[in-house]
Design a protein around this ligand. Structure first.
Ligand code: PGA
Length: 252
């Protein structure tokens, strides 16, 4: 399985800024065969990213999609349109979607299935809030998000997962290696009851939450961790490139 370095730009970067990112990226970029790079831009700059990302060896995806392909859903985007534009991925259930836009596990399961049906790989985000962690509910929350979130999936179709503890997102507080290792091992255990061994072997589980150029090397060695979902540190091409170039030799 290739190591995945994904950048979530959130509501940042205009078309001009996105184009500048790729110009800078290409100046210093040498592809590594053992890793895969993905950018999640806003839907508004998708065509700009589609144009620039090919020659940069970067795949891209939507940050969200509705579960219907088209119709009277003002303001929404669909997996069908993203796929036609050349996207490969879509984020499903980022904690900001769950919290700010009240997206439930049941809704996310429909979105995940819609993405798969239109040929996109969903990257389902999971993770507990600080209150849930302090109440010893981390495992209960992760298990619920996985069980319901994967409920309507199309068996055998690719899925990526990203464990992102909410308290570590955008806070500068990165989860400790022990906390990430525990969560990743637990995710494997839950997946064992949901997916076939073959599907599990093809499902990368990323970590996200204040990943930066300094902490990525230590985190990259966590067992069962197959990549990073990077927010703030993905906005600067030099910083994101140094995360892409993270030393992977210590990995088991
Ligand atoms: P962060 O965001 O790296 O800025 O913490 C991660 C994410 O929201 O995916």
């Amino acid at each position: 399985m290739r190591f995945v370095i994904a950048g979530n730009w959130k509501l940042n970067k205009s078309p001009t800024e996105a184009a500048t990112f790729f110009i800078e990226w290409k100046k210093n970029f040498t592809p590594h065969a053992d890793r895969e790079c993905v950018i999640f831009p806003t839907a508004l700059v998708a065509s700009c990213v589609a144009e620039h990302s090919k020659s940069a060896d970067i795949k891209w995806g939507g940050q969200n999609c509705y579960f219907e392909a088209k119709g009277a859903f003002t303001g929404e985007n669909s997996a069908a349109i993203l796929a036609e534009m050349g996207a490969n991925f879509v984020l499903v259930g980022h904690s900001e979607r769950r919290k700010i836009f009240n997206e439930s596990d049941e809704l996310l399961s429909k979105k995940l299935a819609a993405a798969q049906k239109f040929g996109l790989t969903p990257m389902l985000c999971l993770g507990e809030t600080l209150d849930e962690r302090n109440a010893n509910k981390t495992e209960v929350v992760i298990e619920r998000q996985l069980r319901i979130g994967l409920n309507e999936r199309v068996p055998g179709y690719p899925i990526y997962l990203a464990y992102e503890p909410v308290w570590a997102i955008g806070t500068g507080v990165v989860a400790s290696v022990g906390q990430v290792a525990h969560a990743h091992a637990f995710i494997q255990k839950v997946l064992g009851n949901i997916l076939s061994p073959d599907e599990i072997a093809r499902t990368p589980v990323l970590y996200g939450g204040s990943v930066n150029a300094e902490n990525c090397r230590e985190l990259a060695n966590v067992p069962f961790l197959n990549g990073f979902l990077v927010g703030g540190a993905s906005l600067d091409p030099k910083v994101f490139l140094s995360i892409y170039n993270v030393q992977l030799s210590g990995r088991q």
